[in-house]
Design a protein around this ligand. Sequence first.
Ligand SMILES: [Fe+2]
Length: 131
Amino acid sequence: MSGIAEFNIASNVQTDHEHQVQLGLLQALCTAARENPDAEAVAEVLEQLMAYSEAHFTSEELLMRMKSYDDYEDHLSDHSHMLEVLLEIAADHAAGNSSLVAGKTEQVLAFIGHHIDTRDRRFAEYLRNGM
Ligand SMILES: [Fe+2]
């Protein structure tokens, strides 16, 4: 197996792992917001989720650029959308509108779940095919 093929496989394994962490943080935020919407715990999970998502998206985007990926622009706009909604959620929570956090987080969860099943899967296949 070539070095590039090995690199592509390792990248997919790493990305899958990052998706699990990201989805886990979103679930944790839903739970925290539902159980005690005004708790400091909500702000903490939200902060972790935002930092992790930014880092994960940046690494995915770098990989796409490195591979001259053809769906880069549309893929990027999904990432930007999710980060924008997370900023909105953080603003809601900071402004005391914490009752909105759980519902909006569920929407983000559905959005990113769909993104992982479609756009991320397409990129994983692109890598698997040795591009
Ligand atoms: Fe993605």
